[in-house]
Design a protein around this ligand. Structure first.
Ligand SMILES: Nc1ncnc2c1ncn2[C@@H]1O[C@H](COP(=O)(O)OP(=O)(O)OP(=O)(O)O)[C@@H](O)[C@H]1O
Length: 259
């Protein structure tokens, strides 16, 4: 049975340590989240913990401490985790190892992994390729595609099961400016009935595509609010790129001074 909740992601006190022995370090240090429909930007400097947090939400990293609910389920429980995986889509920062797959084969493979019923899979694959504008490249091999196209194939696999929770890790990296604009538009369209979590270090992504921002710094939530509120922190009421950039710097500084 599918549980309907307005909150798709609820996390309390998430703590993750990575590495072993003397190299072990706390990468997430008590993260709280409460995310519903819309596009949520995870913004932060290099090493802030964005990728690790997205991997926790994708059920690929188990938190060492804290509580996590995804889609009304607890992914720490094996039975819930399987259901959550069926209902989420994840675009990792990098993926490879499939150069000889055709675009269609790659997306079909993920449809199978996500247990899309076989009878529905061909249509689901066509629909996903259509959404990312790759219907006419379905038979191309991945190794024949440009970097931007490969990212769109990655998005197609993330969409093939019509996810209720869509996790995008640095999705605009490697895209040219026109593709970035198209990509953000697509993300906005998707967010009507999906919770999208978009990790990025580009404030332009946040200003253009996100309803809410969570700013991470050194494994902690430094600030949450709308892009406009972030721009306000920078002393400017417009949510344009430079205003959000100023707000970003101001929020990080305030967080670090308050620590
Ligand atoms: N397996 C690991 N063992 C030890 N430390 C790790 C491991 N994976 C990541 N880290 C460290 O955790 C911190 C957070 O990494 P993470 O990739 O989550 O950050 P990020 O915000 O996505 O960074 P970026 O913007 O550079 O991609 C970094 O300091 C990184 O070096």
């Amino acid at each position: 049975m599918t549980t309907t909740t307005t909150t798709t992601v609820r996390a309390e006190g998430l703590r993750v340590r990575l590495g072993r022995g003397r190299r072990a370090r706390t990468v997430l240090d008590g993260v709280d989240l409460d995310l519903g429909h819309g596009v949520h930007g995870l913004l932060g400097p290099n090493g802030a913990g964005k990728t690790t947090l997205v991997r926790v939400l994708a059920t690929l990293v188990d938190p060492d401490d804290g509580h996590l609910h995804l889609l009304g389920r607890r992914p720490g429980r094996e039975s819930d985790r399987r259901e959550v995986r069926r209902r989420l889509g994840y675009l990792p920062q990098t993926f490879g190892g499939y150069p000889r797959f055709s675009v269609r084969e790659f997306v079909e493979y993920f449809a199978w992994l996500k247990e899309v019923p076989a009878a529905r899979a061909p249509l689901a694959v066509d629909h996903a390729l259509d959404r990312v504008g790759l219907a006419d490249r379905a038979d191309s091999r991945l190794k024949e595609l440009s970097g931007g196209m490969v990212r769109r194939v990655g998005l197609a696999q993330a969409l093939v099961n019509d996810p209720e929770l869509l996790l995008l890790d640095e999705p605009t990296a490697g895209l040219d400016p026109e593709q970035r604009v198209d990509f953000r538009r697509l993300v906005r369209d998707l967010s009507a009935d999906t919770t999208v979590v978009l990790s990025t270090h580009l404030v332009e992504d946040v200003a253009a595509a996100c309803d809410e921002v969570t700013l991470l710094d050194a494994g902690r939530v430094a600030w949450t609010g709308t892009p406009t509120a972030l721009a306000d922190l920078g002393g400017d009421a417009r949510a344009d790129v430079s205003a959000v950039e100023h707000g970003y710097t101001a929020a990080l500084r305030a967080h670090r001074e308050g620590r």
